[in-house]
Design a protein around this ligand. Structure first.
Ligand SMILES: [Zn+2]
Length: 443
């Protein structure tokens, strides 16, 4: 006879009807549980074994839910939540030059970014997003908002050649941005990227500095690339080569590159991204809304390029909703390739989680449910009229359910959403701040 084994004390045990860990791909576990201690995943095992092996301080039973890794929004301009619906139905360049840039010039400040980012964090957490990769002015204000919200963020050290309320020239964007990184780099939920805006707004000299900094500091490079045909034509006339070729010559196309949008790609561009191990942040909703085009996802995946999903800012979306991005990415790939098998559900969930984490270089920390990783988790109820019957929770996640079915969200083991409600951001306060900004912006 064996002596009874003493159960191990843990902080939290989450039991779920289904768990999709994302690694290994396509796996759907039934009646399993995740054991969490000190904010990290300690174990993933059948529920009946978990109850014997562990003594949790808290038990959450998700009887008719699917538990997945927290979603990773690989490209956002979170503070732009204060400009949601401000300018719609315009092509990218007119939308930027006639509406968005003038409004930003007038209103963007530390407080604007802090309040806008806080609103965005509230929206993302409620929608199951536990990590977002941001590119905006005043990254210090975005860092404060992310810490207050308790969400994981990869904040971009934004770089442009033209002045804003945040910085006057490329040197100052870099020095101020890197000072923000120095101030916050020990925060476990904050990560950083170098974020040159785009090939058409940054000079060769600045790109060379960025390449050196990326090497020295081991930072990803987060940049809009090949978003419009106009961008390619301008590069051909000004530099004699396509933007990606120019970036390659400057040494910027490597595993650290997150090429945002990457729509207008020829075979050589795709081969270059694949050969150099770069990642793509696919933003299907923004691309459709601005009529920028369709990124060749099937070809990128066939070439082995790592891909994640991004919302872009709400001014061109108008939601920070990764469920919507999964669905749109899938439908768009099927339509444009003429192949209904293109981008299946398990691939889309991979893009929305591990693919994004890998692009950011934080796949050891988040993106899948594996022992050792941070407990960044999202639960979705499938016990709804819209999700009954359920033959495949993976299919429902991508094609039937939505962010409105998210019930619980944990970031590093701390509950941020429970029963669909934000736990420590106060909705009324956020809405009051949004109203104040609306009055100013609408003037
Ligand atoms: Zn963008």
């Amino acid at each position: 006879m064996h002596a009874p084994v003493t159960p191990i004390d843990i902080d939290l045990l989450i039991e779920a009807r289904w768990i999709i860990p994302v690694e290994p791909a396509g796996q759907v576990l039934e009646h399993h549980a995740v054991a969490i201690r000190n904010g990290r995943i300690l174990d993933l095992l059948p529920s009946d074994q978990a109850r014997q092996r562990y003594r949790p301080q808290m038990l959450r039973t998700l009887g008719e839910h699917v538990l997945i890794p927290g979603l990773v929004n690989l490209h956002a301009h979170a503070a732009m939540n204060l400009l949601r619906g401000y300018a719609d139905d315009l092509p990218l360049m007119r939308w930027l030059t006639e509406r968005i840039w003038p409004a930003e010039q007038k209103h963007v400040s530390h407080d604007f970014v802090r309040d806008g980012t806080l609103l965005a964090c509230a929206e993302m957490l409620r929608g199951g997003v536990t990590t977002f990769s941001d590119m905006y002015f005043f990254p210090d204000a975005a860092a404060e908002a992310a810490l207050e919200a308790g969400i994981r963020a990869a904040l971009g050290v934004v770089v442009l050649e033209f002045p804003s309320a945040w910085a006057s020239d490329a040197d100052q964007y870099l020095s101020k941005g890197l000072a923000v990184r120095d101030r916050f780099k020990h925060e476990p939920l904050l990560h950083f990227t170098l974020a040159p805006h785009a090939p058409y707004t940054v000079s060769d000299g600045t790109f060379e500095r960025i390449r050196t900094l990326a090497e020295q500091l081991s930072l990803p490079i987060h940049m809009h690339v090949h978003e419009t045909r106009d961008e390619i034509e301008r590069s051909l006339s000004e530099h004699g080569v396509r933007p990606l070729e120019r970036l390659h010559r400057l040494g910027l196309v490597g595993p650290e590159l997150i090429a945002v949008h990457a729509i207008h790609l020829d075979d050589a561009d795709i081969a270059l991204l694949a050969r150099q191990g770069a990642s793509v942040a696919h933003c299907p909703t923004s691309n459709m809304k601005l009529a920028s085009g369709a990124s060749p996802m099937s070809a990128l995946l066939a070439a082995g390029v790592n891909t994640g999903l991004g919302s872009d800012g709400v001014a061109s979306n108008n939601r920070l909703d990764l469920f919507q991005e999964m669905r749109h990415a899938g439908l768009m790939a099927k339509l444009t390739s003429g192949d209904a098998a293109a981008l299946p559900a398990d691939r889309l969930l991979h893009m929305a989680t591990l693919g994004g984490a890998r692009a950011l270089g934080i796949e050891h920390e988040t993106g899948s449910i594996r022992p050792g990783k941070s407990a960044d988790l999202c639960a979705i109820s499938l016990d709804e009229a819209e999700t009954r019957p359920c033959y495949s929770p993976l299919s429902h996640l991508v094609y039937a359910a939505g962010r409105e079915h998210v019930t619980d969200v944990w970031v590093a083991g701390t509950a941020r959403v429970a029963q669909g409600n934000l736990l420590h951001l106060h909705n009324n306060d956020l809405k009051a701040r949004a109203r104040l900004w609306q009055n100013q912006v609408a003037l």
